[in-house]
Design a protein around this ligand. Structure first.
Ligand code: GLN
Length: 392
């Protein structure tokens, strides 16, 4: 067979999505890939049913259906405290995944350096490779996931074109403070670089933490590309609706990348999702109450079992510390991947091995999520209790 590109030899498939397939094959409770097991809001589903007969069913405008972009501009305008032009400052993409890829391809030349925090959402390193960029990893050091701003300045000194900031951060649940974002933003301006943000968990930020958009900080709008998605906020991960917001000159070029990658996101789904974008603030308040309760319920459950974990400030992920298990004779020398496979088969709960998020050698953390109905969390906790019993 003729040789394939070098590009595809340098990364593997997504471990997150692989864990879902293994979990499904064994009928485990899937707490690996983050998506809810409850339905999207009823008004969106009712609209989708109507759209089935009334359309649209043909191509949307490549950079997004007009009413969808208008609704998005209003919502995003409120978040950023400025007026967003739906014609020139937004591109609608197939999920946050395409938004990030599109941002990277818009700003990077082959060989450009891009800073990525570690642990990171695994797409970013593949995005960097696909766009020809070289990642420079900046450690977020467990258990607090703090970072050293001097390392970021070093990265910019080495000529980094951009820094990717996932806020709230997958997988560690860190919510960057305003001060941290200001410090990063100041350096981006000083070295004339971009900040590319991924804010898909913006509505899952637990008190007393608060979400600050990088693009809303004074002077940052022109250097920031905000990537986001409707997946988490409206429980529609399968609809694949995401978007980029940024200054017109960047977006004009991102539109070209997006057009030739995918032409457009599904038009019937944009029509139905517009209803969600127009929800009042109370929708987001209720969503946060729901996730705050789930977080407490799940973390309390883990505490009762005696499983060590971090306390996420945002997102619906929690990192479990499995060091004590790896000390037991039956797990001696195991990788976190082997442990996760064992968990799926023997405990019936799927997690993501932490090594797929860390650049550093980290083998003692695994990621679970709690975007599940209470009854599912109950069953997952009952199963995890059997695992906890091994430590007694
Ligand atoms: N962000 C989700 C996670 O980390 C998954 C997103 C995806 O698979 N596209 O689990």
């Amino acid at each position: 067979m003729p040789k394939l590109s070098d590009r595809v030899q340098t990364f593997t498939d997504s471990v997150i999505r692989r864990m879902t397939r293994i979990s499904d094959a064994h009928g485990a409770i899937n707490l690996s890939q983050g998506f809810p097991d409850f339905d999207p809001p009823r008004p969106m589903l009712d609209t989708l049913a109507r759209v089935a007969y009334e359309g649209p069913h043909q191509y949307p405008i490549t950079f997004g259906a007009e009413n969808f972009r208008q609704a998005l501009a209003r919502k995003q305008g409120r978040a950023l405290g400025r007026t967003i032009d739906p014609e020139t400052e937004i591109v609608v993409t197939c999920g946050g995944t395409e938004a990030m890829m599109c941002a990277m391809m818009t700003i990077c030349n082959p060989g450009d350096k891009v800073m990525v925090f570690s642990p990171f959402y695994e797409n970013y390193s593949a995005d960097a490779i696909l766009s020809g960029a070289q990642p420079i990893f900046i450690p977020l050091v467990p258990p607090t996931f703090d970072f050293d701003i001097n390392l970021i300045e070093d990265g910019f000194r080495q000529g980094a074109k951009a820094i990717i900031v996932c806020n709230p951060s997958n997988p560690c649940g860190k919510v960057f403070t305003r001060e941290e974002l200001e410090a990063i933003g100041k350096l981006a301006l000083k070295y004339d670089a971009f900040v590319v943000t991924d804010e898909v968990y913006e509505h899952m930020v637990y008190a007393p933490n608060t979400h600050t958009c990088m693009a809303s900080l004074p002077g940052m709008y022109n250097n920031t590309i905000t990537c986001n998605s409707l997946s988490k906020t409206y429980s529609i991960t399968g609809w694949r609706l995401g978007y980029l917001v940024g200054p017109a000159e960047v977006i004009e070029n991102a539109k070209k990348v997006h057009d030739f990658l995918t032409v457009g996101a599904a038009s019937p789904l944009q029509e139905a999702a517009t209803v969600g974008l127009n929800f009042p603030q109370s929708y987001y308040d209720e969503l946060l109450v729901t996730y705050t309760e789930k977080r407490k319920y799940f973390l309390d459950g883990l505490d009762k079992i005696g499983l060590k974990h971090n306390v996420p400030q945002g997102t619906y992920f929690v990192m479990l510390d499995i060091s004590d298990f790896l000390e037991l004779p039956q797990f001696k020398g195991w990788t976190d991947m082997e442990f996760c496979e064992w968990m799926i088969i023997n405990i019936g709960v799927a997690a993501v091995p932490g090594s797929s998020f860390f650049r550093e050698e980290v083998n003692h953390l695994i990621r679970l999520h709690f975007a599940r109905e209470k009854s599912t969390l109950d069953e997952a906790l009952a199963r995890l209790a059997k695992m906890g019993a091994l430590l007694k």
